[in-house]
Design a protein around this ligand. Structure first.
Ligand SMILES: Nc1ncnc2c1ncn2[C@@H]1O[C@H](COP(=O)(O)OP(=O)(O)OP(=O)(O)O)[C@@H](O)[C@H]1O
Length: 244
């Protein structure tokens, strides 16, 4: 499906997202040690690591939802701030928490997001995204009636029904069956081909291998390995499937 274009589009190969010396502490405990990361338009980085290694923290900081204790995050040259409308219009995130309105249907959620982002032809787009995510038959369902896979599809659909130049995803493969995972990989390839930058937290090494340009491995809040997926995953000894 063609993506809704954001204005202005980031076309250059210079980093769209740049994290420099990012640290994060909770009290005395440092959960991210200085981390540097640069992501260009049309590029995908897969962030891997054991539970608690700091992946979600890094993703939230990359999205401007959390602030680093030290270091900087820049998006297309701007200081990252999720309240900045210039940034909010171009950054879409599917986080690790389920947040929706209990009294709005699947379709109403998507119409609301599309309207909030000023999408022209919102109704058409919503129907298209519903069809692409196999949600058409559940369009009139309330969140409480959705299966966990359908809920995951709705959260992803909310990110796809609006403009975006940067897509941040926290374990989007969770709760998806193999066919839905295959469709997710297909979707992400299309996003990348459209020039969207993708930062993907995943435990699924096959997904990382399939779509990432680079894999970055975190361990106790430090980058311990990074590079092309084949090389990094081989060095981890993860032939396929998920790594936890
Ligand atoms: N709000 C918080 N207060 C205190 N500690 C926190 C907070 N959020 C995260 N942490 C700690 O920071 C560390 C990194 O957590 P994070 O959720 O980023 O890891 P993760 O790699 O995403 O793990 P998982 O794969 O289980 O989602 C963990 O030890 C976690 O307990």
């Amino acid at each position: 499906m063609a993506k809704i274009p954001a204005e202005p589009r980031a076309r250059a190969r210079k980093p769209l997202l740049q994290l420099t010396g990012v640290r994060r502490s909770y009290g005395e405990r440092e959960v991210l040690h200085p981390v540097d990361l640069a992501l260009a338009a049309g590029e995908c980085i897969a962030l891997l690591g054991h539970n608690g290694s700091g992946k979600s923290t890094l993703l939230r900081i990359a999205a401007g939802r959390d602030l680093p204790t030290k270091g900087t995050v820049r998006f297309d040259g701007l200081a990252m701030d999720e309240n900045d409308p210039r940034i909010r219009a171009r950054v879409a995130m599917v986080g690790d928490t389920v947040a929706c309105y209990p009294d709005l249907t699947v379709r109403e959620h998507l119409l609301l997001v599309a309207a909030a982002h000023g999408v022209a032809d919102a109704r058409e787009w919503v129907e298209q995204v519903l069809a692409d995510r196999l949600l058409t038959e559940r369009a009139d369902a309330l969140p409480s009636a959705l299966s966990s896979g359908q809920m995951q599809a709705l959260l992803l659909a909310c990110a796809l029904v609006r403009p975006r130049d940067l897509l941040l995803l926290d374990e989007p493969e969770q709760r998806l069956d193999p066919e839905a995972r295959r469709r997710l990989a297909e979707l992400l390839r299309a996003e990348l081909a459209d020039g969207v930058a993708v930062l993907l937290v995943t435990h699924h090494t096959d997904l990382a291998r399939e779509i990432a340009d680079r894999v970055v491995v975190l361990e106790d809040g430090r980058i311990v390995s990074q590079g092309p997926p084949g090389k990094v995953l081989e060095s981890l000894g993860t032939g396929s499937a998920s790594a936890r």
